[in-house]
Design a protein around this ligand. Structure first.
Ligand code: HEM
Length: 459
C-alpha cells in the first residue's frame, strides 16, 4: 500500500529511461569499447538529464542536472556513501580521509581541517614560492627561446615537491621521479580495472596486475619512508603529518600506523596530481589563447618582478586566479563523481534503492549551455569578482560540494595562482606545433601525451 503510494509520487526504477543494452552484461561491453563519456553523451541526446545504465546486476543512475547533483551531495547526502564506488581508489590509498565514512571519516577530517583553513594555507605561500623559484631557476638554465618541453611532467614534479614541503616538511626531490612513474602506472591500472568486463583478482600474475603490484609497492615504500624520516627527525612540528602522528583516540592511543600510512598516501596523491593536471591544462589553454596570456602578463607585471604573496592572490592577481578557475571549468581534473546508494531515496523524481549507484559529471555540467554562455569558449572574465551571481550553485563543482568537498581547494587556488604568476613573470609559453593534445578520462582527466610547450621571447 505504502509502496504503491510512493510509486505514484515518484515513479519506480523501471520507468527510468535506459539505453539499449546486452543481456547479462548490460552496458559493460559498450563501456569497455567506447568509454563512459561517449556512452553518456549519446544517451543524453535521447533521454535527457537522468537515465540508467546497467553494469552487471547494478543500475548506475546518471544525473546530469545540478539540481539532482545537489540532492546527492547536499540535501540528501546521508542516502549516499563511498563504499563500493571507491573500491578502486582504495587500492591506491587505503582507507584514508578520501575513502572512509561515518565516524572514522569525521575524526580524520577533524585532524586535518586546521591545516587547510584559509589562514593556515596562506602561511604556506612562502614555501610554495620558494620551491617554484627553484624550479624556474632550473628552467632558466635548461630552456632557451625556441626550446620545447613537456610542461605537465615538470608541473607534476613541482606539485609533488610542494606537497612534501608544505604538508610533511620534507624535501621529496630525490624520490619525485620514481613516485611520479609509480603513480602513473597505478592510476592507469586501477582506472582500467573499473571498465574491464572481467576483473581478475590482484594476486593473479597478469602483466597488468604485476605492473600494478610493483607500482603499489613503490608507493608504499615512499609513504613509509616519509613517515619514518619524520619520526626520526624527533620534534614533530605543526604540519599535517604531525597532526596525524600526534593525534590520540579517546583512550589516549596514537593512530594505527596503517591508518597514518593511508592518510599520507591520500594527501600525497590527492594533493599533487590534480593540481599539476589543472595547471597543465591551463598552459594548454593559455598557449592557444594569446590575448589571455597578454592580459595575464599585464596583471603579473604589476608585481614589478617581486615574488607574489598570499595577499597578492586576493588583491593583485584576481585575473590570474580567474584564469585558473576557468581552466578548472573546461578541464576539471576530477571530471566525474560517483556514490553508492545506501538508503532508499528520491532522486530526480524517481525512487532509487540501496545496492545501486549514481554518477554525475562535472565535465558535462561545466559545459552545459543552460548554465554557461558560449560554454566551449575559454573566458576567464566569468570568474572575475561579481560575475558569478545568479549561477546555479552546483553548476561549477571542480572541488565537489557538501561535507565531502575537497579539503585542499584553498590550497590549490593559492598554489596554482602563485605558480602561474611566477611562470608568467619569467616565461611566455605557447603550444608547440608538435603537441599531441588528448584527454585521458581515467580517475582523473589527464593530458594523455602531456602538454608540449614552446618557450617564446617574453615581449
Ligand atoms: C585542482 C586541484 C584539485 C581538485 C580538482 C580536487 C578535487 C577534489 C574533489 C572533486 C574531491 C571530492 C571527491 C569526492 O567526491 O569524494 C576532493 C576531495 C579531496 N581532496 Fe581534492 N582536489 C584538488 C586538490 C587537492 C589538494 C591540493 C589536496 C591536499 C593538499 C586535496 C585533498 C583532498 C582530500 C583529502 C579530499 C577528501 C576530502 C574528504 O572526503 O573529506 N585536493 N578533491
Amino acid at each position: 500500500m505504502l509502496q504503491a503510494l510512493l510509486d505514484r509520487v515518484s515513479p519506480p526504477i523501471d520507468s527510468i529511461p535506459t539505453p539499449p543494452r546486452w543481456p547479462v552484461f548490460g552496458h559493460l561491453p559498450m563501456l569497455t569499447r567506447h568509454g563512459l563519456l561517449p556512452l553518456v553523451e549519446e544517451a543524453r541526446k535521447k533521454h535527457g538529464d537522468f537515465f540508467r545504465l546497467v553494469v552487471g546486476k547494478h543500475s548506475l543512475f546518471v544525473a546530469l542536472h545540478p539540481d539532482a547533483v545537489e540532492q546527492i551531495l547536499l540535501t540528501d547526502k546521508d542516502s549516499y556513501g563511498k563504499r563500493d564506488t571507491y573500491d578502486s581508489i582504495r587500492m591506491l590509498v587505503g582507507d584514508g580521509i578520501l575513502t572512509s565514512e561515518g565516524e572514522r571519516w569525521r575524526r580524520e577530517r577533524r585532524i586535518a581541517q586546521p591545516s587547510f583553513n584559509k589562514g593556515s594555507v596562506a602561511a604556506l605561500a612562502g614555501k610554495m614560492t620558494r620551491l617554484t623559484e627553484r624550479t624556474l631557476e632550473e628552467w632558466s638554465r635548461r630552456y632557451r627561446v625556441g626550446d620545447e618541453f613537456d610542461v605537465y611532467s615538470e608541473l607534476l614534479a613541482l606539485a609533488m615537491e610542494i606537497i612534501g614541503e608544505t604538508l610533511f616538511s620534507l624535501d621529496l626531490r630525490a624520490r619525485v621521479g620514481e613516485s611520479a612513474a609509480a603513480f602513473t602506472v597505478a592510476l592507469e591500472q586501477v582506472s582500467g580495472r573499473g571498465n574491464q568486463m572481467l576483473q581478475l583478482p590482484l594476486h593473479w600474475p597478469t602483466p597488468g596486475n604485476l605492473r600494478l603490484r610493483k607500482a603499489l609497492k613503490t608507493l608504499d615504500e615512499v609513504t613509509f619512508d616519509i613517515i619514518a624520516r619524520r619520526r626520526a627527525a624527533g620534534a614533530l612540528g605543526d604540519d599535517l603529518l604531525a597532526a596525524y602522528l600526534n593525534a590520540r583516540d579517546e583512550n589516549g592511543a596514537p593512530l594505527d600506523p596503517r591508518l597514518v600510512r593511508d592518510e599520507i598516501a591520500t594527501f600525497f596523491l590527492a594533493g599533487h596530481e590534480t593540481t599539476a593536471i589543472a595547471l597543465a591544462w591551463t598552459f594548454y589553454l593559455l598557449g592557444t589563447h594569446p590575448a589571455v596570456w597578454d592580459k595575464l602578463i599585464e596583471e603579473v607585471d604589476q608585481l614589478a618582478g617581486r615574488v607574489p604573496t598570499a595577499e597578492d592572490v586576493q588583491s593583485t592577481l584576481v585575473y590570474t586566479r580567474a584564469v585558473l578557475q576557468e581552466s578548472l571549468r573546461l578541464y576539471p581534473p576530477t571530471w566525474s563523481g560517483g556514490r553508492d546508494i545506501v538508503a532508499e531515496t528520491e532522486l530526480a523524481g524517481h525512487r532509487v534503492y540501496p545496492g545501486d549507484r549514481v554518477l554525475y559529471l562535472p565535465y558535462l555540467m561545466h559545459r552545459d549551455a543552460r548554465f554557461w554562455d558560449d560554454p566551449e569558449r575559454f573566458e576567464p572574465a566569468r570568474f572575475m569578482p561579481g560575475q558569478q551571481q545568479g549561477r546555479h550553485k552546483l553548476a561549477y563543482i571542480p572541488f565537489s560540494a557538501g561535507p565531502r568537498m575537497c579539503i585542499g581547494n584553498h590550497f590549490t587556488l593559492l598554489e596554482g595562482t602563485l605558480v602561474l604568476a611566477m611562470i608568467a613573470q619569467r616565461f611566455r609559453l605557447t603550444l608547440s606545433a608538435r603537441a599531441r593534445i588528448a584527454q585521458e578520462f581515467q580517475i582523473t582527466m589527464r593530458p594523455r601525451h602531456g602538454v608540449l610547450v614552446r618557450v617564446e621571447a617574453k615581449r
